[in-house]
Design a protein around this ligand. Sequence first.
Ligand code: APR
Length: 174
Amino acid sequence: MSIQIITADITGLRVDAIVNAANSTLLGGGGVDGAIHRAAGPRLLEACRAIAEVRPGVRCPTGEARITPGFDLEACYVIHTVGPVWHGGHHGEPSQLASCYRETMRLAREHELASIAFPAISCGVYGYPPEQAAPVALASLRESLVTTGNVRVLLCCFSDAMAAVYQAALSAAG
Ligand code: APR
């Protein structure tokens, strides 16, 4: 089990899977979602459209995860997960965020992935304060890694400032 904090553009990482901070339609968006779709090419959107809706307009509910090929990306797979929108922290956001990491790691285990890179889920447009998201992410990953075994996990931040927040949380977790 290893968790490493890096600062990079997730779309260029040579890992088995990169994680997309998507929305529940899985039809793309801005932020890392937009970057991943641009880098993966149009086949990614086609693959997402083929994912069954669980209710009208929803292919992936908040806290769940879906896997597709990575197409033109370096990564073989994209695991799409939908983080919570921050509403102050008393509307189930921490458990929903923890579920994103848990469900993503479950798919990684099922697909026998050896390496996976996460962005800072919900810490952009969805407004989750990074100082509150980081401990939740790390606790959920540590819990998953107990059963997932030998997976290399990268937390891929898009700025050194964000990486410092996650590194501080990793160090605090001991
Ligand atoms: N590589 C790594 N991290 C990135 C990249 C990239 N290329 N681009 C953005 N990020 C970072 C952001 O800086 C932020 O720290 O990913 C983190 C998550 O931010 P968002 O992409 O805004 O994701 P989120 O906050 O979960 O909001 C999801 O935004 O793009 C839409 O369709 C998406 O509706 C969904 C919402």
